[in-house]
Write a protein that binds this ligand. Structure first.
Ligand code: CMP
Length: 139
């Protein structure tokens, strides 16, 4: 079943010139970039995106990081796109969880500055795509 997921290349990925590497991995997996935008996230969008983490101790630092510079937001489409992107991203902790061969396992060290975000469920994907791409037609 074709799905859509929301992918962010976080400010660390943009600053490290990894946009091309990360998008190449998405495309080589067989997924399609259906929408793409570089922008600096405002506190409003960032806060809403990470609302589920609002009570976590790392939330203020996470918001500061995610709004600290340009990021790339993308809608990625394909069969089982939500799970497929999370597979190629690797676990949240790039050292303890993400295995070599994944974006985080190959390219990151830090649990917060971990290069990418991918929606974790169909509900999250619908919410996040509507948040980042309000003008995109629903599929
Ligand atoms: P992401 O997949 O975007 O979802 C929540 C984000 O919070 C996560 O990636 C990390 O960037 C960040 N995060 C998760 N856990 C921690 C943690 N223990 N300390 C700092 N940042 C975290």
């Amino acid at each position: 079943m074709t799905e859509r997921t929301l992918v962010l290349i976080k400010p660390d990925g943009v600053a490290r010139n990894l946009i091309g590497d990360i998008l190449a991995r998405v495309e080589r997996k067989g997924l399609t970039v259906a929408a793409l935008e570089m922008r600096i996230a405002g506190a409003d969008v960032a806060g809403e995106h990470y609302a589920e983490h609002a009570e976590r101790p790392f939330y203020p630092a996470l918001l500061e990081f995610i709004t600290s510079g340009p990021l790339v937001a993308a809608v990625v489409e394909g069969p089982r796109a939500i799970a497929a992107f999370r597979q190629i991203a690797g676990g949240t902790d790039p050292v303890e969880k993400a295995v070599p061969g994944t974006i985080r396992g190959d390219l990151a060290l830090d649990g917060q500055q971990n290069l990418v975000h991918g929606s974790d469920s169909a509900e999250s994907a619908a919410r996040e795509i509507a948040l980042w791409f309000p003008n995109l037609a629903q599929s």
